[in-house]
Design a protein around this ligand. Structure first.
Ligand SMILES: [Zn+2]
Ligand SMILES: [Zn+2]
Length: 200
């Protein structure tokens, strides 16, 4: 469940009961195979108790609850066409999206261009201080890119860093292996990254 006031998702912790977690404390997102209507994601998150736990979030909740609705809505990223969505906040979000402002974006390294994205395309997030690493599976080319971004870039819809650091590496399609290797790399904080403009 998502709390619009705090911008946090509710999960359960074996030690603390219900905990509320911002997107930036997510660590791993995996779509559960065999789920479609809605798709369900298994989220590994960093809990305030110091441990990592797993929780489940539906696709709608992941992508649309931060925009003001967990109602059904669907955006086709290939055509940028937005299907009807309920609620005023969603209408507002839809207008902003149609005007070319995206709730989330990232720099696709294989394509060398910024791309709009939703949180369900996030695969890994690294813990960070000022900057955090985000591995994003591009909805257009399906390749995974890694950007170093601010927390607000992840947590605040429609806030996008003007410039982000991009890790100059094309990750193999052997995803399980690539992501495991990448996770180790990301968490150690050792990689080469260059700044790219995200804002048009
Ligand atoms: Zn906990
Ligand atoms: Zn791409």
């Amino acid at each position: 469940m998502y709390d619009e006031l705090t911008g946090r998702y509710a999960f359960s912790c074996p030690a603390r009961g219900e905990v509320r977690v911002p997107l930036s404390e997510f660590r791993v997102l995996e779509r559960l195979p065999g789920t479609a209507h809605p798709a369900v994601y298994k989220v590994t998150f960093a809990c305030g108790c110091g441990e990592e736990h797993e929780g489940l979030v539906s696709h709608d909740e992941l992508d649309w609850a931060p925009l003001g609705a967990s109602e059904t809505s669907f955006l086709n990223l290939m055509t940028s066409r937005l299907e009807p969505a309920a609620g005023e906040l969603v209408d507002l979000a839809a207008r902003r999206i149609q005007a070319g402002s995206w709730p989330w974006s990232f720099f696709c390294y294989p394509e060398e261009r910024p791309r709009p994205v939703f949180p369900s395309a996030f695969r890994l997030l690294s813990p960070g201080g000022e900057e955090m690493g985000v591995a994003v599976e591009c909805p257009t080319c399906t390749q995974t890119s890694v950007n170093l971004v601010s927390r607000a870039h992840v947590d605040v819809p429609f806030y996008n860093d003007a410039r982000v650091a991009v890790v100059e590496h094309v990750f193999a399609h052997d995803r399980e292996h690539a992501l495991a290797a990448f996770r180790a790399e990301l968490f150690s904080g050792s990689f080469d990254a260059r700044r790219r403009d995200l804002a048009a």
